[in-house]
Design a protein around this ligand. Structure first.
Ligand SMILES: Nc1nc2c(ncn2[C@@H]2O[C@H](COP(=O)(O)OP(=O)(O)OP(=O)(O)O)[C@@H](O)[C@H]2O)c(=O)[nH]1
Ligand SMILES: [Mg+2]
Length: 326
């Protein structure tokens, strides 16, 4: 899109977005997914309007009941007259995205309510891009004035961990009886959990899981905030009010302890890194082709540093060429 056309598009879009018009919100999130100059310019225009929403990440293994919990939280907020935006990140291919469809169907109860906006985002190519785009979508919903922004991600890979690390309160969902699962949590998510939820507490083994988590928490390092461990049965709406309360308490603690500012600074850093990585890789790919260079390196038995050096030089040359033009 030429610069003038882009400016016109945003002149039209941004005020409607700030007025929480659903179509404008949807369009803005699509711009975030597409990446490129439109999305950059958009975030630039709305960024100063962000930082008001309570942003909560809900993460955990596939099928643990995250979407059901989100749906319950949405209902609870709406009963209180608060507005909610939801971003559900689905890291699977858009072609096998059964979960996305599931989310849409399950959450359809909210489709006629303008106080709720729900969007599923799936990967288009690289996961790093998805993390960046979904975090940008949180900014869009925040700027649009939703009181709450909920971000659902499957807690598996580093990219998802990065995206939940860039929200204020992280809820980690697990289910009873997944011994190995707790190990997986330990591997990366434990350190970032602010609230633990053992969902499907109607199932066998819930007390055991509570004990295991308590044990892990007593071993691990955490600051002044000790993450509470809650039991929920999302499908029967049990424990959800307590979850909302725990999230509220955590938010209060963040504000009072000064941790909120500290986190926001580290979130900025994390996002800057995500943007840098994505941009360097994308430029390298455009200029030389990452796959092609890897293929070449493999055939010539080059070490990874040499392959990366060559690609990085391509990026530097391209940037200085662009600098010369401007
Ligand atoms: N027994 C029981 N089933 C539940 C509970 N909460 C959710 N479920 C069921 O568990 C299944 C998965 O729930 P989802 O909410 O889709 O789980 P999810 O974590 O969002 O799944 P993905 O997004 O695919 O990772 C659904 O069939 C739910 O009805 C619960 O508390 N108890
Ligand atoms: Mg889900």
């Amino acid at each position: 899109m030429p610069a003038a056309a882009l400016a016109r598009t945003l002149d039209d879009l941004v005020p409607r977005l700030l007025a929480r018009e659903p179509r404008a919100v949807a369009r803005a999130i699509t711009l975030c997914e597409d990446g490129g100059p439109a999305q950059r310019e958009l975030i630039g225009r709305i960024y100063e309007r962000t930082g008001r929403a309570r942003v909560v990440g809900i993460t955990g293994p596939p099928g643990s009941g995250k979407s059901t919990l989100v749906d319950r939280l949405v209902r609870l907020c709406r009963r209180r007259g608060e507005t909610v935006g939801v971003v559900a990140v689905d890291p699977t291919s858009p072609f096998t995205g059964g979960a996305i469809l599931g989310d849409r169907i399950r959450m359809q109860g909210h489709t006629t309510d303008s106080g709720v906006f729900i969007r599923s985002m799936a990967t288009r190519g690289n996961l790093g891009g998805l993390s960046r785009a979904s975090r940008d979508a949180v900014d869009v919903l925040d700027a649009a004035g939703f009181d709450w922004v909920l971000l659902e991600t499957v807690g598996v890979g580093q990219a998802e961990v990065d995206v939940v690390r860039s929200v204020e309160t992280v809820v980690v969902v697990t289910v009873p009886g997944l011994g190995d699962d707790i190990q997986a949590i330990k591997a990366g998510i434990l350190e970032i959990a602010d609230v633990f939820v053992i969902n499907k507490a109607d199932r066998e083994g819930v007390d055991r899981t509570v004990r295991d988590l308590h044990m892990m928490l007593s071993l691990g390092e955490h600051g002044l905030w000790v993450p509470p461990i809650l039991k929920t049965v999302a499908s029967r709406d049990e424990g959800v009010a307590e979850l909302a309360e725990a999230i509220g308490k955590h938010r209060e603690w963040l504000a009072e302890s000064g941790e909120l500012l500290r986190r926001r600074r580290s979130h900025l850093r994390l996002r800057v890194e995500m943007i840098l990585k994505e941009r360097v890789v994308a430029t390298a790919d455009r200029v030389l082709g990452v796959d092609r260079e890897v293929e070449r390196g493999f055939a010539q038995h080059l070490d990874p540093y040499r392959v990366a050096d060559r690609l990085f030089q391509g990026v530097v040359l391209e940037e200085s060429r662009k600098g010369g033009e401007g």
